[in-house]
Design a binder for this molecule. Structure first.
Ligand code: NAD
Ligand code: MG
Length: 336
């Protein structure tokens, strides 16, 4: 490895996309003293926002031209076309491509030019948190990986980028594109987004169908989940057990494994297998290309679930959630 300084201090960084991750990365990199240009579509939703927040803003193709590092932070499904149209023809020889999720490289949807570095810095948190932690002088833990090391210093550069967005203040964990992609997809599908929302809906339905008030069901199976998750986050299952009653602990021990049983784990293994063998990526790519017919239907069903109606009415009465209430933390916009 060369002993040159690859701190990115002399590099021009093009951040493509100014959404959840793009905005947070661009702001943090700039506050770390780095040279950032934001690449978004003129007339698109983010153009004016990035400009108002003081960035040089250009169309993606123009932002890529002359950049030493291009951070590809648009939605995953638009990245392959963006790569072909705007990145590949304009990327300077020997430059670096950076992703926040390994999907397109791992599943071969983007075949990067051989002369460029291809790295990943994947914050383990949504963009709003990447920004708010940075502003507090902290950071969000990041995974980093190198898929292609044309320059011989791709890893040093990935670490410098992770430092630039604040990840180095928290924790950096080395991985590869395969591991990050497969575990990230599994986590969001089986546990975090898919698993947790289905568990809550089933619990709510069970109580309401048995004749209990929906407002009480909402508190019992949804609202209080945050208290439990906060205990997990701070001190693991041990801390939760320490903070709940003996009755709750006994009920946890005897009923938890009956609900989440070996059948659930077997189906988790099926989900994982379809991620690993590319079935999920193929289905999702086809769904996107078809204009999202099933996606829209599934999403509407979630939005129409009775828990949403009672939840919206209850949350409107929660003074601490109102926009003028003093906030303990920024709202977390997205996990993904
Ligand atoms: P997002 O949907 O929040 O933002 C996308 C941005 O890209 C917007 O500014 C949008 O205007 C712009 N955009 C859309 N189409 C475009 C196009 N054709 N050309 C140029 N710009 C376009 O996206 P996100 O959630 O920040 O995801 C970005 C990447 O980060 C993805 O690879 C995702 O997997 C990864 N990631 C996201 C999270 C998260 O919490 N959201 C966490 C870790 C990694
Ligand atoms: Mg994800």
């Amino acid at each position: 490895m060369s002993t040159q300084n690859h701190s990115l201090a002399k590099s021009r960084i093009a951040v493509l996309g100014y959404g959840s991750q793009g905005r947070a990365h661009a702001l943090n990199l700039r506050d770390s003293g780095l040279d950032v240009v934001v690449g978004v579509r003129q007339g698109g939703p983010s153009w004016q926002r990035a400009r108002d927040e003081g960035f040089k803003v250009a169309e993606p193709a123009e932002a890529v031209t002359g950049a030493d590092l291009v951070a590809v932070l648009t939605p995953d499904m638009v990245q392959p076309k963006l790569y072909e149209d705007a990145i590949k023809p304009n990327l300077k020889p020997g430059a670096a491509l950076l992703f926040a999720h390994g999907f397109n490289i791992h599943f071969g949807q983007i075949k990067p030019r051989a002369d460029v570095d291809v790295v990943m810095v994947a914050p383990k948190g949504p963009g709003a948190l990447v920004r708010s932690e940075y502003e507090r002088g902290r950071g969000v833990p990041c995974l980093f990986a190198v898929a292609q090391d044309a320059s011989g210093h791709a890893e040093v550069m990935a670490r410098a980028y992770a430092d630039g967005i604040g990840g180095g203040r928290a924790m950096l964990i080395k991985t590869d594109f395969k591991e990050e992609t497969e575990t990230d997809l599994f986590g969001e599908q089986a546990v975090l987004c898919g698993g947790a929302s289905a568990l809550v809906q089933a619990g709510f339905e069970t109580l309401v169908e048995a004749g209990y008030q929906p407002e009480i069901a909402y508190y019992e199976v949804f609202h209080e989940l945050k208290l439990i998750v906060d205990l997990f986050y701070e001190g693991g299952i041990a801390k939760m057990l320490q903070y709940i009653s003996e009755t709750a602990q006994y009920g946890d021990f005897v009923s938890g494994p009956r609900v989440i049983d070996a059948g659930v784990k077997a189906r988790m293994q099926e989900v994982l297998k379809e991620i690993q063998d590319g079935t999920f990526a193929r289905n999702w790519t086809a769904e996107y290309a078809a204009g999202l017919p099933n996606y829209k239907r599934y999403k509407q069903a979630d939005l129409d679930h009775p828990i949403e109606k009672v939840g919206a009415a209850l949350r409107a009465r929660m003074s601490w959630l109102q926009p003028d209430a003093p906030k303990a933390a920024e709202p977390l916009r997205k996990v993904g």
